[in-house]
Design a protein around this ligand. Structure first.
Ligand SMILES: NC(=O)C1=CN([C@@H]2O[C@H](COP(=O)(O)OP(=O)(O)OC[C@H]3O[C@@H](n4cnc5c(N)ncnc54)[C@H](OP(=O)(O)O)[C@@H]3O)[C@@H](O)[C@H]2O)[C@@H](O)CC1
Ligand SMILES: [K+]
Length: 223
């Protein structure tokens, strides 16, 4: 699907079908958490690797707070590094950040590249909830720093909905693009994911349904 179409599907699901955006976000985050948890089985070790979730300013970041809550339930040590103070979040993202805070999930705010250098460590699963379909252009400022630092760490990298920096319509990566080992994308594959140039940045792709009715998916030719 095209970026604008998948955003339209979300809007129609909420505005016309009456599905709460919180329900869509919960389905997205729970589905993503289950794929992240499944990464662990291969390692055989019974100790679950710690997970660091990088959260941006929008609903892609909102997914990260849901993922954190579900990964904790699945037994993973989890922490959140947000690039914005949580009171800067709005809507469904703010709602899930507030739930995460009340639930005692560890949240740290990174304000500079130095903060990110200290907060991101090796041997974690790093989850990219920085930018999703709301991104325009190459990652700017602290978002570029976060991608650069995350790519430099030794660990498994998971992109949520799309790797930050990758244009999901064309598949063309920016100079700074999150290099994912796995991408969990919502509703449907993004058109750009079929561009071979995008492969090194996507890793293994999983599509997670978020509860959008089949009738609506069929209208957009994805069911
Ligand atoms: N209910 C739903 O809709 C569901 C949505 N879902 C999830 O939401 C995601 C879409 O969320 P979204 O629309 O909030 O956009 P998102 O990508 O999080 O943030 C964009 C913001 O970042 C900024 N920004 C933009 N470009 C930038 C750049 N180059 N460099 C730096 N900053 C940049 C800009 O903020 P501004 O700078 O304008 O303040 C912009 O507003 C989607 O991918 C999926 O994961 C799922 O949960 C399913 C249900
Ligand atoms: K992302």
């Amino acid at each position: 699907m095209k970026r604008e179409d998948v955003r339209r599907v979300d809007q129609i699901a909420i505005g016309t079908y009456g599905i709460s955006g919180l329900v869509l976000m919960e389905n997205a985050g729970r589905g993503a958490a289950e794929h992240i948890a499944a990464l662990h089985h291969g390692s055989g070790a019974d100790v679950k690797r710690p997970v660091c979730i990088l959260c941006g300013p929008g609903n892609n970041g909102g997914d990260g707070y849901v993922i954190a809550r579900h990964l904790e339930l699945l037994g993973f040590p989890v922490r959140i590094v947000s690039l914005v103070p949580t009171d800067r979040l709005t809507g469904d993202a703010f709602a899930n950040a507030a739930i995460a805070m009340k639930a005692g999930l560890p949240i740290q705010v990174a304000r500079s590249a130095e903060d990110l250098e200290q907060l991101l460590v090796d041997d974690e699963i790093v989850v990219d909830c920085l930018l999703g379909t709301g991104a325009t252009g190459a990652p700017r400022g602290l978002y570029a720093d976060a991608v650069t630092v995350a790519n430099a760490r030794r660990g498994v990298r998971v992109a949520i909905d799309l790797p930050t920096g990758l244009d999901c319509d064309t598949g063309i990566p920016s100079d700074v693009t999150f290099r994912a080992d796995m991408t969990v994308t919502f509703v449907a594959q993004k058109d750009g994911f079929s561009n071979s140039e995008a492969k090194p940045w996507l890793g293994t792709i999983h599509v997670v349904g978020i509860g959008v009715p089949k009738m609506l998916l069929m209208e957009f030719g994805v069911a």
